[in-house]
Design a protein around this ligand. Structure first.
Ligand SMILES: Cc1ncc(COP(=O)(O)O)c(C=O)c1O
Length: 407
């Protein structure tokens, strides 16, 4: 049938979506059947938003003064609070007019991509990668150019392949994505690596999309924010958000920082996409950033996740055929399982399917972080409690032993 409602753009059904969301649904289905599911796939803290932030949202709702549209780029006091955060923490010089608040960091990422990418433009994506960058580029008919991270073994972990990044630059290259700390690998790129990338950007006049949404989850090593480069206005489009730091994934709040002229251009696009971010959520976000109580909460959460990382790492490292590297940031462990997959003669998706179907443990195959660089890896989230990690690791071990014994 030649119905006009079926004539959507071809690219849309070919999008890969996001594994994390698909696997949330799978976990719910299993739980509905009565299974006790252990979910180590989810990229969100295991605790709800802190009380002071919730109280603030309730207050503004109850006051009935903050239920209407706001400025497209967000309310000035939130934009100022974000600028203060970046300036105090990273010695940046961001002005409030350079901040655009968005519905989630995903909103920030898509706004950035849609503002800059022309059809045919290329965007360099170190891989494995959070899927929103390449998927967003594809929606805009631009081309993701993947450059695998280098896995330097279980002592050094993942590094950017700087030579390769420079090699793939063409006249069509518009942007390089740097997500640091990194999802899914847990890498924390060193100031040296970042300086080199920034130098490449300056030399080739390419912009960097710097996504630092995990900046409050750094367990060891030095974190350098790219917003601290004095000439950031010439090369950077910076994104961050509230989901991970303050456990506000459902509130949908993120932000972009760009030079002032571009911030008003982003707003022109945003006004036709979502009009403005949620009004009372913005008021609560000011509390999140400004109330010292929230920062105590964040510090305690990050400390607990460092312990969860150690626990998960110790448990997973014991499993035959698994090469785990102790991540330095974000809240994921991304072990390599090449030997195991070779021995079992299955691919990572089949491996993960087996674990989900037979042991009700949800983890993600590395291929959920497109395109191919993750094919020998699985991702565990350790943003959870001790019981879930111990039980999850036990099920993982049992599943591996069972598969090996069936060989
Ligand atoms: C690297 C990275 N950027 C952005 C996001 C999106 O976060 P938000 O909930 O703010 O849209 C995520 C969520 O998992 C992420 O891992």
């Amino acid at each position: 049938m030649n119905s006009p409602t079926l004539r959507y753009r071809n690219i849309i059904p070919s999008l890969r979506g996001e594994g994390g969301f698909a696997f949330i649904a799978r976990g719910r289905e299993l739980a509905a059947k009565g299974y006790k599911v252990i979910n180590l796939s989810i990229g969100q803290p295991d605790v709800p938003t802190p009380d002071n932030v919730i109280d603030s949202a309730v207050h503004w709702l109850k006051e009935k003064k903050f239920t209407a549209y706001t400025e497209t780029a967000g309310i000035p006091d939130l934009r100022q609070a974000i600028a203060d955060y970046l300036n105090e923490r990273y010695g940046a010089d961001v002005k409030w007019e350079e901040v655009v608040v968005t519905p989630g960091t995903k909103g920030a990422i898509f706004l950035a991509l849609a503002t800059y990418l022309e059809p045919g433009d290329e965007i360099i994506v170190p891989e494995p990668s959070y899927p929103a960058y390449p998927e967003g580029a594809k929606i805009l008919n631009a081309k993701p150019v993947y450059v695998p991270l280098k896995f330097m073994g279980k002592d050094r972990g993942f590094e950017l392949d700087i030579e390769k990044i420079e090699e793939v630059i063409t006249p069509k290259t518009k942007m390089i994505v740097i997500n640091n700390p990194h999802n899914p690998s847990g890498a924390l790129f060193t100031p040296r690596e970042l300086d080199k990338i920034y130098e490449i950007a300056r030399e080739h006049k390419i912009m960097i999309l710097a996504d630092e949404i995990y900046d409050n989850f750094v367990y060891e090593g030095e974190f350098k924010s790219m917003i601290s480069y004095p000439d950031w206005r010439d090369y950077l489009i910076y994104t961050n958000g509230f989901s991970k730091t303050f456990s506000m994934t459902g509130w949908r709040l993120g932000y972009v920082v760009v030079r002032k002229e571009v911030a008003s251009i982003l707003s022109k696009l945003a006004v036709s996409m979502w009009g403005c971010p949620v009004s009372f959520a913005q008021k609560a976000a000011v509390t999140a950033l400004k109330d010292p109580e929230t920062w105590e909460w964040v510090k305690a959460l990050s400390k607990r996740y460092a312990e969860m990382r150690d626990l998960l790492y110790n448990e997973i490292s014991k499993v035959e055929g698994v090469e785990a590297w102790k991540s330095k940031g974000a809240y994921y462990l991304f072990p390599r399982i090449t030997k195991l997959l070779n021995e079992l003669n299955i691919n990572v998706e089949e491996f993960v399917d087996y674990i989900i179907d037979h042991h009700h443990l949800i983890i993600l195959p590395g291929t959920a972080f497109p395109d191919k660089a993750g094919k020998d890896y699985v991702r565990f989230s350790f943003a959870t409690n001790k019981e879930s990690i111990v039980e999850g690791a036990k099920r993982f071990r049992e599943a591996v032993n069972e598969l090996l014994s069936k060989k």
